[in-house]
Design a protein around this ligand. Structure first.
Ligand code: ZN
Ligand code: ZN
Ligand code: ZN
Length: 179
């Protein structure tokens, strides 16, 4: 072996190792879903669906037969049992939350903008609001306040040292728009 090839060999081995890495981790990359294993539901036009996984129910997507109110559908280019199971669980959560959410509509005699999370039922009827210098629409506000309520809940229960089971039922927060 010459000096030149002796130097080249470790470099070549490094390159080969790097090239082989994706195959070794067992992950099959998918261009269609960019490895998210799920796709956005095509039935909602340009509606921002990025926050849907953070809610158990969102009235903006609930009732959609394509995604079952989750905002996501299975990617047909990937085999991803874990993502499929997660999606199935989310679809069941929408079904479980629906009757409680429908009661709010019944009480008011109209369809409300509403969402549910682990600890809250939220009605948020403002059309838009400026938050951190950004004008947010009703859908974005619904998700933002649901997220903020959960953060408040986490801080509250941690500070007071109370458990979930000490709350008889989910808290209900109703925010009405101006008539
Ligand atoms: Zn995919
Ligand atoms: Zn939503
Ligand atoms: Zn849908």
């Amino acid at each position: 072996m010459t000096v030149a090839t002796a130097r080249l060999l470790p470099v070549l081995l490094l390159v080969l190792h790097a090239a082989g890495a994706p195959a070794q981790d067992g992950v099959k990359h998918c261009l269609k879903c960019k490895d998210e294993r799920l796709l956005r539901c095509p039935a909602h036009g340009t509606l921002d669906l990025s926050d849907e996984p953070g809610a158990l129910f969102c009235s903006f997507v609930a009732g959609c037969e394509t995604c079952g109110g989750t905002g996501r559908i299975d990617c047909d280019h990937c085999e991803a049992p874990e993502a499929e199971a997660r999606l199935a669980k989310q679809r069941l959560a929408v079904i479980a939350a629906a009757p409680g959410m429908a009661k709010l509509d019944e009480a008011m005699g109209r369809t409300l903008r509403k969402a549910e999370s682990a600890h809250f039922q939220l009605v948020f009827e403002l059309d838009e609001l400026k938050v951190d210098k950004q004008r947010l629409d009703g859908h974005a506000l619904l998700h933002l306040y649901l997220k903020r309520l959960e953060e408040l809940y986490a801080a509250y229960t941690t500070t007071l040292g109370v458990e979930d089971q000490e709350f008889a039922k989910k808290s209900r927060v109703l925010v009405w728009g101006m008539l």
